[in-house]
Design a protein around this ligand. Structure first.
Ligand code: GLU
Length: 305
């Protein structure tokens, strides 16, 4: 369905075998990695390796205006400092814009997307798009591109968060795949790359839970294989807010990787791992790992940072 040169080689695990589980860590360089990002990296890594799978890193940097100077370099240094050793080369979405454009053209040829000229002001406080531009047949150039949704419920079961569902039309509305300023939206790039990288399991923060139905829908429209999703409870700061780049969560101190790993595993309620070099701690963490220990919540109780 997609250009053959767009496909990436399927990863092998550390014994060089083909795998049934491919996981990933996909940070956006909109700020340096913080303790919440480390929890996601550790959980996705341990889940993949505990399933004898492979684990990839992908930098989600399509939103150029939001890239925070130096954060991409910090992410790459962190991957090294924690000795995560991804199973394929790290890919950068900003190098893959032609692939996302091709997918938009493919969806357009099938009548599944349309150009939208509504400004933020016109949309006002109405967060669910009412389809104003759906039938206007506007030229795609220099407009936002939206994908059509139908009056349909999408439901998925998450081993931590339970069953989650949305009615696409009434809860979400036609959503943006490409912004008017030409930026490819996260929703499109994440779905395309999860497919092209052969990802089978997504482990990420519960702040992304509400995006999942949109991504499942888009994957269905594109004929992609379904994925399994696990959304982790989020770490909080001392004011009870989730750690995020927006509320200035502290950058991970890369001179203390072993201590931080120990704390991340504790936050995930995993058995204790002795201080050692990070690769050996990760090995022990994988051997002891069980996702069933992770609290079934959207926020972690207690401050772990
Ligand atoms: N790039 C997204 C972020 O940093 C995560 C994407 C995902 O895991 O699906 O928030």
């Amino acid at each position: 369905m997609l250009l053959s040169n767009a496909s990436l080689p399927l990863p092998l695990n550390q014994e060089g075998k083909e795998v049934n589980y491919v996981g990933r860590f996909a940070p956006s360089p909109t700020g340096p990695l913080h303790f919440g990002s480390l929890i996601t990296a550790v959980a996705s890594y341990c889940e993949a390796h505990a399933h004898q799978g492979s684990w990839l890193v992908r930098i989600e940097d399509t939103d150029i205006p939001r890239i925070y100077p130096g954060s991409e370099a910090h992410i790459l240094r962190a991957i090294d400092a924690f000795e995560f050793d991804p199973d394929t080369d790290i890919i950068f979405q900003k190098d893959r814009l032609d692939i996302y454009e091709d997918v938009i053209q493919q969806l357009h040829a099938q009548g599944l997307v349309y150009a939208c000229q509504c400004t933020r002001k016109m949309l006002g406080s109405n967060h669910i798009y009412q389809g104003t531009c759906r039938d206007l047949q506007l030229d795609l150039a220099h407009q936002a591109i939206r994908v059509k949704v139908s009056d349909q419920v999408i439901q998925f079961t998450d081993p931590i968060q339970g069953t989650h569902q949305s009615n696409l039309k009434f809860d979400l509305g036609d959503f943006v795949l490409k912004r008017r300023d030409g930026i490819i939206n996260y929703q499109l790039a994440v779905v395309v790359d999860d497919h092209l990288q052969g990802i089978t399991h997504v482990v990420r923060g519960a702040d992304l839970l509400d995006n999942t139905e949109r991504q499942i829908w888009l994957g269905q429209l594109l004929g992609y294989a379904p994925l399994q999703y696990m959304h982790l409870p989020l770490a909080m700061n001392d004011q009870g807010q989730k750690l995020s780049k927006q509320n200035m969560a502290e950058a991970l101190d890369l001179s203390q990787p072993s201590q931080l790993l120990q704390r991340a595993l504790k936050a995930l309620h995993q058995p204790e791992v002795e201080l050692d070099r990070p690769a050996r701690m990760l090995q022990q963490a994988v051997a002891q790992w069980s996702s069933t220990y992770i609290p079934h919540q959207t926020m972690l109780e207690g401050i772990y940072t």
